[in-house]
Design a protein around this ligand. Structure first.
Ligand SMILES: *Cc1c(COP(=O)(O)O)cnc(C)c1O
Ligand SMILES: [Zn+2]
Length: 414
């Protein structure tokens, strides 16, 4: 299918084979555009995608990869959507759903984008890729690079990446580079490493417009799984690639006539790292970066979100909301989801649930609305956080008698 890159600021077009991450003319972000009229001639209806049952690659005609190219796929996508009845009842919202992106191959939604991104890297003849990461992108990129047999560099802010994520990058054989400084600085460094495409390293941060195309499939799946478009899609927001990608996909489905209604895009950030929330609240044209972002949810500890211009548009165009939550609320939501629903997620993911709780209290979400929270990453990503917030002491027993006494006491208080 015909596609090209287009700058979201100055609308200049670039060829799909041009290796450009941001607009050479105005430094704006790129978006992949398709000839959607052509697509609608080939695809009769959305059911056709669903029938293929191949995760993100079901949507090939609206992914930026040529038909002849073999996808680098580890069966990403096709994640479960859970109706959280107990948690919903507790919050007062009957139609609360969680899309568990932790069920992707490396345990986060990043796999959707990285699958497309690594496929693109190979198609463009790169044999090395790089990213800066708060952890999950590095885990995913390490995994897909290993599978594809290419070299992978990951730049991680020192001391700020959860152990589950670093260990994934390690076992899959990535070159791990620790950076003195935060994520925003690591991103600056990796951008400069990859500005010269002649050097042969392909950049796979979420500034890469091809990568975001993989992530837009989250929205498609929600629609297929619910059988309709929900009222709200709630997305924990760091670099803001994911919320932008999902919104882009929704608009494409609408253009193709597969859906009519659109959801409100709701961005949730942590109080200590909420530049998008501030920009929406104050009606700024552009975000003001936060110099020292801080939150227990390391996956969204980002002060200068690369995709902010896209995310601000997504929130405004969809009549959406941006809200910040406290770390304590994130931890509580993480526990609630785990204990009431059996869904284990990392802290950043739980921000979406914490956000919904507050929005219902504020009257910004109605009790009858269908709301889908994106649980972005798996609980095993950050075991240190869990041990720190779950204070149950582990007892040591030496004999059967004291063990029995303990168990009986606990049973009677259950
Ligand atoms: C990457 C990530 C996010 C943030 O996504 P953005 O696209 O950067 O906004 C949120 N949660 C988890 C678990 C992530 O890995
Ligand atoms: Zn431009």
């Amino acid at each position: 299918m015909a596609y090209w890159l287009q700058c979201i600021e100055c609308s200049r077009k670039y060829e799909k084979r041009d290796i450009v991450y941001t607009c050479p003319h105005c430094n704006g972000l790129f978006e992949v555009k398709y000839d959607l009229d052509e697509v609608s001639k080939i695809i009769a209806g959305h059911e056709e995608f669903k029938r293929r049952n191949q995760g993100i690659w079901s949507y090939r005609e609206i992914l930026p990869i040529e038909k002849e190219t073999n996808p680098i796929s580890l069966q990403e996508g096709g994640t479960p959507l859970y109706h959280c009845k107990k948690l919903g009842n507790e919050l007062g919202i009957k139609k609360l759903y969680v899309k568990h992106e932790g069920m992707n191959p490396s345990g986060s939604f990043k796999d959707r984008g990285i699958s497309v991104g690594v496929t693109k890297a190979i198609a463009l003849n790169f044999d090395a890729v790089a990213c800066a990461s708060t952890g999950n992108t590095s885990a995913s990129l390490a995994m897909y690079s290993a599978y594809a047999g290419i070299k992978c560099f990951v730049l991680l802010p020192e001391g700020a990446v959860a152990i589950g994520k670093v260990s994934q990058a390690m076992i899959h054989g990535a070159e791990i580079i620790k950076i003195k400084g935060n994520f925003d600085f690591a991103l600056e460094l990796v951008k400069s490493l990859t500005t010269d495409p002649e050097k042969g390293i392909y950049l796979l941060n979420s500034v890469n417009p091809f990568r975001l195309e993989g992530q837009k499939t989250i929205g498609f799946e929600i629609f297929e799984q619910l059988g309709e478009v929900p009222d709200n899609i709630v997305v924990p927001t760091g670099n803001a690639g994911n919320i932008s990608a999902i919104w882009k996909g929704i608009k494409e489905f609408k253009y193709l006539g597969f859906i009519e209604k659109i959801p409100r895009m709701i961005s949730i950030q942590s109080k200590g790292a909420s530049p998008i929330v501030r920009a929406i609240k104050n009606n700024y044209e552009k975000i003001q970066p936060i110099l020292a972002p801080e939150t227990i949810a390391t996956a969204i500890r980002i002060g200068n979100p690369v995709n902010a211009p896209k995310a601000l548009r997504a929130i405004k165009e969809s009549n959406g909301i941006a809200l910040a939550v406290y770390d304590e609320e994130i931890i509580q939501a993480q526990k609630d989801l785990a204990r009431l629903e059996g869904i284990g997620v990392e802290p950043a993911s739980a921000a979406s649930i914490a956000g919904v709780k507050n929005l219902f209290k504020n009257g910004q979400i109605d009790k009858d609305e269908k709301t889908v929270c994106i649980a972005t990453g798996h609980v095993l990503k950050d075991p240190d956080e869990i041990v720190a917030v779950c204070k149950e002491p582990m007892k040591l027993f030496e004999d059967e008698e004291s063990l029995r006494a303990f168990v009986e006491k606990r049973l009677s208080s259950f």
